[in-house]
Design a binder for this molecule. Structure first.
Ligand code: B12
Ligand code: SF4
Length: 628
């Protein structure tokens, strides 16, 4: 239905830079439901459009609103590199390689991260300090051609807000769209809204009158009812279950009804034109809503579906049929299973069906450590195309795992790691080094445990513990040893500002916690980065500086060198930098011709320091040394 007229316009606002190169499924799932009810719905992925706009503005040198990244930051290095090497992210036919399978997609993410806004709850009341960051988004929307893109018949606008950093851009978008189409009600929905408390939603609706209604939890049924009201001119959101809205001078919250039966949902209506511009798209396919375990006290995943049973799982046959349909329709072969943790019995059936039907697919999924994922099942998953599993392992400290009601203990976690390694199933491991009450020694012991398995890991993600107010820990912090109202000196990722519980865990001193985070991050970098290979060079061997991958910036401390491909970064002291400068044009040289003042040992030392930032590139046959 994309590109034609529509009753409902569904928009996915920026900024989720980790979603660049993919199409987030919420609008496709909602559009398919509306289509099945006979309504027309069109979708716009403004997050991907923002990525394109950011890249184009960088290449053209267009000044962007807000403070630019400091010259020596990684974001600025990424910007300078993109300005000259943007073509490495855009294929000749115009498709963008901004996603994880592109060698350089992450460079645009590094730049975009500078523009992520994650204001605190002041954003709800439109506090000027909290909404400052909206200027950049305003600039983007003004240039995004919203007026011509919005389908002429649009009777209702839905803005999807899964993640916190989209909230302010979504509210700014609502303002702009209201000006363009005052008669069309604007509805916000998605996990960022579902995780807000009713008083917070009240503040949002009072502070931002461009927003006409907020939907919490499953969106299909309320959105359909609201769309029917809007298209028939009988707008009464205050009677729709799951909706919060202004009514009769106050804000009304209607309790949610049950969500849809997920086995009866239609195949998501991914818009073909939006997929056609993506280099190597990965499509999401719903496996479940809710988690089959659902007991971890720090978890928000299980708070997203009020009004419905805590776990609704798909039947394997319908699931595999959907994979096949999407693969056939869009020619896509990569999928991510939308689930909090794939149940082992489901995994076994789906893998057997994929193999029996001869489907050649690659897929990934969240999973939890469960003894039923035995070695044989993990091997079957590899055979059926599982590229990797993401595991919320968090730690290996049995005492802490029990406290927060994780399913697995240390032994089970280590068994799982060993079996996955042995069958060649790559894992992305999420670690939380400082779950409540974890001591310094315990955190370091868990790191030593996981370090053993580093060679088999695809990636490690470290999440400093952030108690969210909407989780069980947030509701009863005292049961988890947290001192409420005492701000911890180190905070973790910023994405939860609005939902953050101000608290401190006295189990570690601030210095200990900082050291633990430092060591975990250093470990993650060794797994995630592509460490440079240090090697000995023959004195006549030809080398060159990999200028195409580098951003170089002169600073007081020396030459700041960032390799945008490997993400390695270092400051090369001026003494060494001076010897490399003649070679920065990228022409071949050898250790013997590198610099007249260098002895062979000195040259080897300089080359080793360049190798550490992956500054050197191998030379193809037939290359000739500069001047030789
Ligand atoms: C997969 C996933 C991702 C992937 C998405 C990739 C892709 N293209 O599929 C990626 C890797 C991008 C991702 C990143 C992050 N994620 Co994430 N992610 C998820 C996950 C597990 C599934 C999302 C999904 O596909 N859902 C399926 C769709 C169909 O469901 P949905 O979006 O909820 O939509 C339904 C309703 O919400 C509603 N709805 C949605 N939009 C609208 C709009 C309207 C108008 C209406 C009426 C209704 C409505 O209707 C839909 C159908 O019922 C969710 C958890 C979850 N179960 O949803 C977390 C989740 C969305 N992510 C979360 C977070 C925190 C993040 C990160 C910030 C984490 C981090 N610290 O790095 C990053 C983003 C960082 C950044 N700045 O880029 C949080 C958001 C919490 C919050 N808002 O505060 C969630 C909820 C998990 C959690 N509980 O912690 N994530
Ligand atoms: S296994 Fe994961 S999704 Fe399920 S309750 Fe625990 S943390 Fe939440």
């Amino acid at each position: 239905m994309d590109g034609t007229d529509a009753d409902v316009w569904l928009v996915f606002p920026p900024l989720i830079e980790t979603n660049f190169g993919s199409f987030y499924p919420s609008t496709a799932v909602l559009a398919a439901y509306l289509h099945a009810q006979g309504l027309r719905a069109d979708q716009a992925d403004l997050n991907e459009d923002f990525a394109v706009w950011l890249l184009r503005s960088t290449v053209d040198g267009v000044p962007l609103a807000g403070t630019p990244p400091p010259a020596e930051s990684t974001a600025a290095a990424a910007g300078r590199w993109l300005a000259r090497s943007w073509h490495k992210l855009v294929e000749e036919d115009g498709r963008h390689g901004f996603g994880p399978s592109s060698d350089y997609g992450h460079v645009l993410q590094l730049l975009a991260r500078h523009y992520v806004v994650d204001p605190d709850e002041g954003v709800l009341d439109r506090d000027p300090a909290a909404v400052e960051g909206a200027a950049l988004y305003r600039q983007f929307y003004e240039q995004a051609g919203l007026a011509t893109r919005m389908p002429p018949a649009t009777a209702l606008i839905g803005i999807s807000v899964p993640m916190g950093p989209q909230l302010l851009p979504a509210l700014e978008l609502a303002e702009q769209l209201k000006r363009l189409r005052p008669a069309a009600p604007i509805v916000l929905g998605g996990p960022a809204l579902s995780l807000m408390s009713p008083p917070e939603i009240e503040r949002l609706l009072v502070g931002w009158d461009a927003v006409d209604a907020v939907v919490r939890f499953d969106g299909e049924i309320p959105l359909h009812q609201l769309a029917v009201q809007a298209t028939t001119g009988q707008w009464r959101p205050e009677v729709v279950p799951g909706v919060s809205c202004r009514a009769a001078g106050t804000v009304r919250h209607v309790p949610p009804g049950a969500g849809p039966a997920i086995n009866l949902l239609p195949v998501p209506a991914y818009p073909a034109p939006a997929l056609a511009v993506l280099g190597d798209p990965v499509l999401g396919v719903t496996q479940a809503r809710g988690c089959y375990w659902g007991k971890c006290d720090y978890c928000d995943f299980v708070e997203l579906y009020d009004g419905s049973p805590p776990f609704r799982g798909r039947r394997p046959d319908g699931f595999v049929a959907e994979l096949r349909t999407l693969a056939d329709t869009f020619g896509v072969s990569k999928f991510s299973f939308i689930t909090e943790s794939i149940p082992p019995a489901f995994a076994r059936r789906v893998c057997a069906d994929i193999l029996a039907q001869g489907l050649d697919l690659r897929w990934s999924s969240f999973a939890m450590v469960d003894r039923r994922f035995d070695r044989q099942l993990l091997a079957l998953m590899v055979e059926a195309g599982c590229e990797f599993l993401t595991i919320g392992m968090e730690t290996t400290v049995t005492r802490v795992l029990k406290l927060v009601h994780k399913s697995a203990d240390r032994e089970e976690n280590l068994r799982f790691l060993a079996d996955a390694r042995d069958v060649g199933l790559p894992l992305v491991i999420n670690l939380i080094p400082d779950l409540p009450t974890t001591t310094f020694d315990e955190a370091m012991g868990a790191l030593a445990d996981v370090r053993e398995f580093a060679p088999g890991l695809r990636a490690v993600a470290v999440f400093p513990f952030e108690p969210t107010r909407s989780s069980q820990v947030g509701r009863t912090p005292e049961l988890f040893g947290l001192d409420v109202g005492v701000a911890a000196t180190t905070t973790g990722q910023a994405e939860y500002a609005l939902n953050h519980l101000v608290s401190n865990d006295p189990a570690m001193t601030p210095a200990e916690r900082a050291e633990v985070h430092r060591q975990y991050r250093a470990f993650a970098e060794t797994v995630n980065g592509r460490p440079a290979v240090l090697r000995a060079y023959g004195s006549d061997e030809l080398l060159r500086v990999a200028v195409e991958d580098l951003d170089l910036l002169d600073s007081e401390a020396g030459l700041v060198c960032t390799n945008l491909r490997t993400r390695a970064r270092a400051v090369i002291p001026e003494r060494v930098a001076g010897m490399v400068r003649p070679h920065l044009a990228g022409r071949p040289f050898s250790p013997a011709t590198m610099h007249p003042s260098l002895s062979p040992t000195g040259a080897a030392r300089v080359l080793a320091s360049l190798d550490r930032v992956a500054m050197l590139a191998p030379l193809g046959p037939g290359a000739r040394a500069a001047g030789g």
